[in-house]
Design a protein around this ligand. Sequence first.
Ligand code: FES
Length: 206
Amino acid sequence: MRDNENGRVDNSRRTWLIATSVAGGVGGVATLVPFVGSLAPSEKAKAAGAPVEADISNLKPGEMMVVPWRGKPVWIVNRTDAMLEDVVKADPELADPHTLNPFSMPLPEYCNNEYRSRADHKNILVLVGICTHLGCSPSPRFSPGPQPNLPSDWPGGWLCPCHGSTFDLAGRVFKNKPAPQNLDVPRYMFVNATTLVIGKDESGEA
Ligand code: FES
């Protein structure tokens, strides 16, 4: 990553590049999911694994943004009402709908609900965007219905390009897929109506 003319790292560009690589999708087909930039942490904060802030003020309904945290992409999705309905519809097809067997971190108690999000911002989903099988980053396939490499009754979610695991719009893995567990939900909290902190909540840092 090149420094800009002020000698500082251009973090907004870094975030966009990560978003682009995540959006690449199966077979290099570009996704229709729009991405927006975000506030990015300082180099020092990232090196320390510190919590990072994300400005979601430009994140429109149906959009996803990516924030780097501890060297991993964290997805933030502003789900529409229709997407929340798709989460409910997906329940019977999921391997672990209630996340009884979390992956690398416990599901925060405030996300232990139908939508795996905070009740006062239930539309906002926060996930670690790393497949629980072998660590690829799944591609967003938010539109429901028939499409390549997905079932005809696809409710919307993510498809892992490596071995075909699929996840619903709450990051929960579908049955009979290589990925054994749901995507992780990190600790997070809102510091105001449009700013999230990833890696920290009311009980402290992750
Ligand atoms: S790494 Fe995602 S299915 Fe294998």
